[in-house]
Design a protein. Structure first.
Length: 138
């Protein structure tokens, strides 16, 4: 397999407003672009669900940085799989802010990422979600 895809959750250590989220995305995109990492960050009420994709060596380095990042804690790996393709190849870090009411318009997407069943459903639907997000958010 050419790539690896990791899905993890974490909790913000402080209130995350729109400005904090934009700062986080700016920092993430700069590092990810250099390392050929792509993915999407899903945020809701201080919880994060993130998909990161890329070469294994770069993802290992990124995971170490993430675990040391003071903006969040309780980094929990949900899935870690080899893959031949990226779901988010054009995004050094896309974002779906599930606090934004417009995302409730995406058909059938439940946004309570504190619920493990919702996380499982989101993971199963990642290819569909990637397409919907690309059409609606990019």
């Amino acid at each position: 397999m050419k790539y690896r895809r990791i899905i993890y959750t974490s909790h913000a250590t402080k209130h995350f407003n729109k400005r904090n989220l934009l700062d986080l995305l700016h920092d993430s995109r700069a590092f990810n672009e250099m390392d050929g990492i792509s993915g999407v960050l899903i945020h809701k009420e201080g919880l994060f669900l993130q998909v990161i994709e890329g070469e294994s060596l770069f993802l290992d380095d990124l995971l170490e940085r993430l675990k040391r990042d003071p903006r969040h804690d309780d980094v929990t790996i949900i899935d870690d799989q080899p893959t031949d393709t990226k779901l988010f190849p054009k995004w050094s870090m896309g974002c779906a802010d599930f606090d934004d009411p417009s995302l409730s318009l995406i058909p059938g997407i439940r946004t309570d990422i504190s619920n493990p069943k919702v996380i499982d459903d989101l993971i199963k639907r990642l290819p569909e979600i990637a397409t919907l997000l690309a059409e609606n958010i990019e």
